[in-house]
Structures are given as C-alpha cells and as structure tokens.
Design a protein around this ligand. Structure first.
Ligand code: ADP
Ligand code: 5GP
Length: 188
C-alpha cells in the first residue's frame, strides 16, 4: 500500500485520553486547508460519542476491508481493530490522521515526509481524570494508562514534535504554528 497524496500528511498520536480527538476537531475547524480522515473501528460507540467519530463496523466488515486492500494502515488496540481507510483528501488539502503509535510508525514508513505530532498529558493523574471524565469504565481507564507506559517511549522516539496538552487553546495554537512552518519547510 502506498500513500499518494499531493498535500502534507499530519499524524496526531499519543496515549488514550490525552485529548487527540478534541484537538484534531478544533484544528480542522480552525484551518480550512486540513482534511480529517475518518477511521474505521470494531469497538462500540461510547455513550455521548458523536455518531461520525468513526465508521463503526463489525469485525467481519473490517476483515473484509483488509482483504480488499482498503486500509492504509490498521492495528489491534486493546482487543479492537482500528484502521485508516486509503486517504482521499480533496485536492489541495492536507490530511490529518488521529491514530495510535503502531499506526504512526506504519505511516512514517509509507511516507517519510509525514509530520508526526506526539501529544502527552501534563501528568498521568490528569490523563486518568480526563479518561474518567469522558465516561470510560475503571477497567478501560486502567488498560489505557498501562498502554500509555508502552506507547510514550516509542512515540517520543519517532515524533517530529512532542507537545504537552495542558491548556487546550495553547496546544491547538502551537500545532497550527508548527503545521504552517512545516508546510513551507517540506514543500509539499
Ligand atoms: P483521546 O482522543 O486522546 O483519547 P479525547 O479527545 O477523547 O482524548 O479527550 C479525553 C477527555 O479530555 C475529553 O473529555 C476532553 O474533553 C478532555 N480534554 C481534552 N483536552 C483537554 C485539556 N487540554 N484540558 C482538559 N481536558 C481536556
Ligand atoms: P479510542 O477507542 O480511544 O477512540 O481509540 C483508541 C486508540 O486508537 C487511540 O489512540 C486512537 O488514536 C487510535 N486510533 C483511532 N483510529 C485509528 C486508526 O485508524 N488507526 C490506528 N492505528 N489507530 C487509531
């Protein structure tokens, strides 16, 4: 599978509950040149989660799409499958992928020019309270916190930029500045 896009590919990664979805939703509203890819997942929709947060599918549908070569990358994250369908950004737009670190590594291999922004929580305690605050069960919170210990060293090692999401507005501002700068540097 190759990654054919005329624009920049921006990968936003980081442990669960750090604020990735919130950040990318804000980013695409603020920058009309950005196009957000919608992932597929086999996990159930969370209570209160918007219906188009993902394309929610069965494992059979997901596996059929793998067999058809329909994913740029996919992975098993804590027992559910998540994947980026082959991107199709409108002409002239840059693609934003909000994915975990295994997927980020796969995308980096496919496109060396991809810009990888790795987001960290201000502390594990704050990450825990964000996960709880969005309604994750205690078991899910614990699994995501443990997974974060594995993900962070890998994410930091492959990232172009590491950003601590303390104040949301400041994080989005910083990302907009980085993206503007890298658009010029990477000349894509
Ligand atoms: P992720 O996509 O990384 O799993 P979410 O975007 O679902 O994380 O965010 C988890 C929770 O934290 C949400 O309830 C969100 O509103 C909240 N959140 C995100 N960023 C911040 C921030 N900077 N400060 C406080 N709460 C935040
Ligand atoms: P959640 O269940 O919290 O929505 O997502 C779990 C993890 O899967 C998060 O780290 C999220 O970024 C990641 N994720 C979401 N979509 C994709 C995808 O298409 N590919 C990969 N590799 N990870 C994804």
């Amino acid at each position: 599978m190759s990654l054919q896009t005329s624009g920049l590919v921006i990968v936003v990664s980081g442990p669960g509950g750090v604020g990735k979805s919130t950040i990318v939703d804000d980013l695409v509203k603020r920058d009309p040149n950005l196009w957000l890819s919608r992932s597929w997942t086999t996990r159930e929709r969370r209570q209160g989660e918007v219906a188009d947060a993902y394309k929610f599918v069965t494992r059979e549908q997901f596996e059929r799409h793998i067999a058809d070569g329909g994913f740029l990358e996919w992975t098993d994250f804590l027992g559910n499958l998540y994947g980026t369908p082959t991107p199709s950004a409108p002409d002239g737009k840059d693609t934003v992928l909000e994915i975990e670190v295994d997927g980020a590594q796969q995308v980096k291999k496919l496109n060396a020019k991809a810009l990888l922004l790795f987001i960290l929580p201000p502390s594990r305690q704050e990450q825990k309270s964000r996960l709880r605050g969005r309604g994750d069960s205690d078991q899910k919170v614990e699994k995501r916190l443990r997974k974060a210990e594995e993900e962070e060293p890998v994410g930091k090692a492959i990232a172009d930029y590491v950003i601590v999401n303390d104040d949301l507005g400041a994080t989005v501002e910083e990302m907009i500045r980085i993206i503007d700068y890298e658009r010029k540097q990477r000349n894509v």
